[in-house]
Unconditional design. Structure first.
Length: 203
């Protein structure tokens, strides 16, 4: 008699089928699940006009919400009182400075040219113009772009309200800053794609 153990093979598929028949007789079959519609894959056309309109609508809604959260504008009386108090406070500060430094003359009134010059100098410094000689320039390219764009907004919003000398100054400053920005971004792009220096050969 052979010592080899005998194995009995059970067809579990048959058993499973019998179990399913028993369960189906006691429980109704569930309704077939509705498969969701398959989304198309691959490239598809986009309605850019619709997309831009939705983006503009969302931006307008956000702007309206921000305006709604702002406090109401001051009344004419509140503005007059504040301007009077501000002028008096500024005059006191100037008197104190002149008392400490008698040689200092009266400060000139702030004009439109001062605003343009302030933004102009800010943009130049952000593009590294104020870097001491011998040091590596520290460039704030995003800040420079914002300063230049502020001057662009100023030009657009004051169109038709500037004297000829103010208009010419603003146009010249914008032209110079944009040219400097173009040259700077070109240099940054070239530095970004330069090949690394060759490694020294091993002897």
């Amino acid at each position: 008699m052979s010592d080899t153990p005998k194995f009995e093979v059970i067809d579990r598929r048959k058993m499973k089928k019998e179990e399913e028949q028993d369960s189906s007789s006691s429980h109704p079959a569930p309704a077939p699940a509705i498969e969701p519609e398959s989304k198309p894959t691959g490239p598809h056309l986009v309605d850019t006009e619709k997309f831009e309109a939705e983006a503009d609508s969302a931006a307008e809604a956000e702007e309206e919400e921000q305006l709604a959260q702002m406090p109401p504008p001051p009344t004419a009386e509140e503005k007059r009182e504040q301007e009077s108090a501000y002028e008096a406070s500024a005059q006191r500060v100037e008197d104190l400075l002149r008392a400490q430094n008698p040689a200092m003359g009266a400060q000139p009134p702030i004009k439109f040219e001062h605003l343009v010059q302030q933004l102009y100098l800010s943009a130049l410094m952000q593009m590294g113009a104020a870097t001491p000689e011998g040091q590596r320039p520290r460039v704030d390219i995003i800040g420079a772009r914002q300063s230049i764009d502020l001057l662009g907004i100023l030009e657009e919003k004051t169109k038709g309200n500037l004297a000829s000398n103010e208009k010419g100054m603003l146009e010249s400053v914008l032209f110079e800053l944009r040219m400097t920005f173009l040259e700077l971004t070109k240099m940054i792009s070239l530095q970004g794609v330069q090949a690394p220096p060759p490694k020294p050969e091993k002897r």
